[in-house]
Design a protein around this ligand. Structure first.
Ligand code: UDX
Length: 424
């Protein structure tokens, strides 16, 4: 099948390449010429493990091409995936400006029956809106169907997630569109949830909000565990072995970040409020998440004698989690802002992210002369560091592990003062 992907960001590019892997021909459409040129040359302009190799492979095999020619791209394809950004609007709701633009240009250029698929995370009711936006620009009555088919990709493992999904959700009332969608996904071996568009849209928000809830649950519990001297990792393991709870998303840390969880939880809260059915449980999820980096700062401050002024703090990790260069809503940034407010001197390292010109290139440079290290991102390379060798470089051997990725006993044996998140 000939597939058009509108919006060649991380969701669009990954989705397009996965369809190439499944034997389809794909066109990526984006108005940003810079992105198009970069992708057409086989260069991924964002960091995602394994994706660039796949991009080069399918460009060479001519399975994927990138363009900014909207009219031609729409006319020549029968299935169109809308993968444009849906950033958080000023009111907490998702901003649908780019979705609307994509829908309107489909309406202007539609020439044969097409299936239009919303892949970006969008509020409940967006399929209806997209249908209306397309119709509003149509000059002839050419039939089309709009389908909701949310993505569940995680940054850093997008390729594996997209190739081996847990489930595929198809939300449509149209038999014809459902048949086409099932044909598209016929080589995937996972359950397909067939439902209507609204339920499909809700599944995405409900799923991400539930995962955020698990994280805030364990994070709030970790504060109590800290008070009681209980290792929260043991508690996570103990409760996670119950299959009704499950082991994932129970890692206590500095809180969730990224482009999805904060945006999606807020959007669901917003929808619930608009409908007069507040999701108060999610309001707490957000609050706990906002508190978590501040809670950790308080621990750092207490351990360092109640003052951070003029203390040199080495912050390891800027990305909101490992294996991504994304710093959106990263707890690390919240922590840095707060440390600056407290007039601490800050040195920063991240293996991939480069935010400031004066950022340190190596962990050694970052921690030299530091009063304390704060680990904010669970990069594998921080686990492999020979900490014993680095300790003499520090002014004071304090290490604050905001991701519970190191062993307390081991670090103490090396002579560090180690403080994690209820990590004993
Ligand atoms: C998420 C969803 O997992 C994905 O299905 C959805 O489509 C997009 O949003 P992503 O934002 O890439 O993916 O990151 P994810 O791996 O889910 O982690 C989200 C955040 O939760 C990160 O900040 C991570 O550090 C944090 N986290 C995760 C924890 O603090 N503890 C955990 O146990 C798990």
């Amino acid at each position: 099948m000939n597939i058009l992907i509108v919006g060649t960001g991380y969701v669009g590019t990954t989705t397009g390449l996965i369809f190439c892997e499944m034997g389809h021909k794909v066109t990526g459409l984006d108005l940003d010429e810079h992105k198009i040129r970069s992708l057409q040359e086989g260069n991924l302009y964002f960091y995602e493990p394994g994706l660039e190799e796949l991009l080069k492979k399918h460009i060479q095999a001519q399975n994927i091409a990138f363009t900014n020619q909207t009219e031609k791209a729409i006319k020549e394809n029968d299935v169109i995936f809308i993968c444009v950004g849906t950033p958080k609007g000023t009111d907490g709701n998702a901003d649908l400006t780019f979705v609307r633009k994509a829908a309107e240009s489909i309406g202007q250029n539609i020439n044969t029956y097409k299936v239009i698929v919303t892949k970006s995370t969008v509020p409940v009711g967006t399929v209806e809106l997209v249908t209306g936006w397309i119709q509003s620009k149509q000059t002839a009555q050419i039939p089309f169907d709009v389908v909701s088919n949310p993505e569940f990709l995680r940054e850093g493992s997008a390729l594996q997630d997209a190739l081996n999904p847990d489930r595929i959700v198809i939300g449509t009332e149209s038999e014809a569109a459902r048949t086409i969608m099932k044909e598209l996904y016929k080589n995937f071996h996972c359950p397909i949830v067939e439902t209507n568009p609204k339920a499909s849209e809700m599944i995405k928000y409900a799923s991400n909000s539930f995962l955020a809830l698990k994280i805030s649950y364990i994070n709030e519990l970790s504060r109590l565990c800290d008070e009681l001297g209980i290792n929260v990792n043991d508690v996570s393991q103990g409760i996670g072995l119950d299959p009704r709870i499950g082991p994932q998303f129970l890692r206590a840390g500095m809180g969730y970040g990224g482009s999805c969880f904060p945006k999606d939880v807020n959007a669901l809260i917003q929808i619930a409020n608009e409908k007069g059915r507040p999701m108060t449980i999610l309001e707490r999820v957000v609050k706990v998440n906002e508190e978590q980096p501040l809670y950790f700062i308080d621990k750092i401050k207490d351990a360092l004698g109640g003052e951070l002024k003029n203390k040199t703090i080495a912050v390891l990790g800027l990305a909101f989690k490992a294996n991504t260069d994304d710093t959106r809503e990263s707890p690390s940034i919240t922590l840095i802002d707060r440390l600056l407010e407290e007039q601490a001197n800050i040195k920063v390292h991240d293996p991939i992210v480069n935010l400031w010109p004066h950022q340190c290139r190596t962990v050694e440079n970052t921690i030299s002369g530091a009063d304390a290290i704060v680990i904010c991102t669970d990069w594998e390379e921080y686990k492999r560091i020979n900490w014993g060798n680095l300790k003499p470089l520090m002014k004071q051997p304090y290490i604050f592990d905001g991701r519970n990725m190191l062993e307390k006993v081991q670090m103490e044996n090396l002579g560090f003062y180690y403080i994690g998140i209820a990590n004993y």
